[in-house]
Structure formats: C-alpha cells, structure tokens
Design a protein around this ligand. Structure first.
Ligand SMILES: *[C@@H]1O[C@H](CO)[C@@H](O)[C@H](O)[C@H]1NC(C)=O
Ligand SMILES: *[C@@H]1O[C@H](CO)[C@@H](O)[C@H](O)[C@H]1NC(C)=O
Length: 192
C-alpha cells in the first residue's frame, strides 16, 4: 500500500473536511420524528471509530486498487478492521468492539460511490457478544455518512435502524477518529 493510493487520498480528503456539529443535530431531529411511529422505540448508541489508515498497524487496507489507474476509484476494494471505542481519545477510552467490513468503488459516473458492508462486532460493554449488520453507500466525502442498520445478532436480533458517521479529527499522521451515532429499533423479545 502506498500513500498515493486513490482510496487513501479520499480518506484523507474526508479527514480534512468535516462538519460534525451540524450532523448530530440532524441525526437527533430524525430520531425525534421517528419516535412518533406507533409501537417503535429507538435506542441511541454513540461510539467512536478509530482508524489507522497507513503504517505497520493499519486497520484499513486497500486490497485492490482500481485497475483503471491514476486517481480512479471504480473497481477498487478495501477492507477495514477499525476499533470501536467509548471515547474520542484513543488512549483514555475503552475498546467496545470492531468495525469490520469491505468497501468497493462502484461509482463509475459519480465517484466515489462506495458500496460498504460492515459488521459492528461488540466485544465489551452492554452489547458484548452481539453484532449489527450495516449496509450503505459513501456517495461523497466531507459530509456525514448515513448507512442502514439492516439486522443483527444476540441483543440485536431483528434490530433495524440507521447509523450516522461524522468525522471528528485526525489523531496522528496516520489515524483519525469518527463519531458513530446508531439509532436502533430493538426487539428484545427476539433476544435470548
Ligand atoms: C504497532 O503496534 C505494536 C503492538 O501494539 C506497537 O508495539 C508498535 O509501537 C505499533 N507501531 C506503530 C507505528 O504505532
Ligand atoms: C490525481 O489527483 C490529484 C489531485 O487532484 C492531481 O493533482 C493528479 O494530477 C491526479 N492524478 C492523475 C493521474 O489523474
């Protein structure tokens, strides 16, 4: 992996253009509206995703660069195993789980058009042993990224909802942190 790989450059662009405060307000507004749907109840889970995008301990790798070369992202594939923590300060926060997934550049006409399939794997805390499945696009960088929570296991059996991911800051030359706000409709009766 080189520092000039297109997807990594896009990650950096994401890192340098954030709008985090605005996003969370929008997410809360959405949740507020959803509360009025009869019989539904949303649980808000906030976590912080810590990503190391280069170096020996990288948690994101560009496995397949675009065969089109240059700065193209179409056809590229990457894999992530980022950390989920309960705080934005990596040293002072507890590991809650992993943000594991694959993404591919599927935007030929309008890049990046990333397709992402991600498992939120909880290894500690209230949801230890449970997972959430998340699907969704990354149509643009520098804006909040919203994805669908399409199901889960353990305490998240039959769960659904959405996740809004907001870039917070770079934490070193090779790492960054995003805030994750999950709004999940739980189905406790389905949990064991
Ligand atoms: C990578 O991780 C190892 C093991 O935790 C650590 O000793 C090393 O300092 C890390 N390297 C960098 C560049 O962070
Ligand atoms: C890639 O993008 C950078 C920044 O926009 C630009 O300077 C460079 O010429 C591009 N490279 C190619 C091969 O298109």
């Amino acid at each position: 992996m080189t520092s000039s790989s297109p997807l990594l450059l896009l990650v950096l662009i994401l890192a340098l253009s954030s709008s985090s405060p605005v996003l969370f307000v929008a997410a809360r507004a959405g949740a507020g509206n959803y509360y009025h749907v009869a019989g539904s109840r949303l649980t808000h889970i906030r976590m912080y995703m810590h990503e190391t995008f280069a170096g020996p301990n990288a948690t994101l790798i560009m496995s397949v660069p675009s065969p089109l070369g240059g700065n193209a992202t179409f056809g590229s594939v990457g894999v992530l195993d980022n950390e989920l923590r309960n705080g934005r300060d990596r040293q002072r926060s507890a590991l809650l789980g992993r943000f594991q997934g694959v993404f591919a550049g599927a935007g030929q006409v309008n890049p990046p058009g990333l397709v992402s399939a991600i498992n939120l794997v909880f290894t500690a805390g209230e949801y230890r042993g449970s997972t959430l499945a998340m699907l969704g696009p990354v149509l643009a960088f520098g804006v909040p990224i919203e994805r669908a929570l399409v199901g889960g296991t353990g305490k998240f059996r039959m769960a659904r909802g959405y996740c809004v991911m907001t870039f917070l800051e770079t934490t070193s030359p090779v790492s960054l942190v995003n805030q994750l706000d999950l709004f999940v409709e739980m189905h406790p009766a389905a949990a064991y």
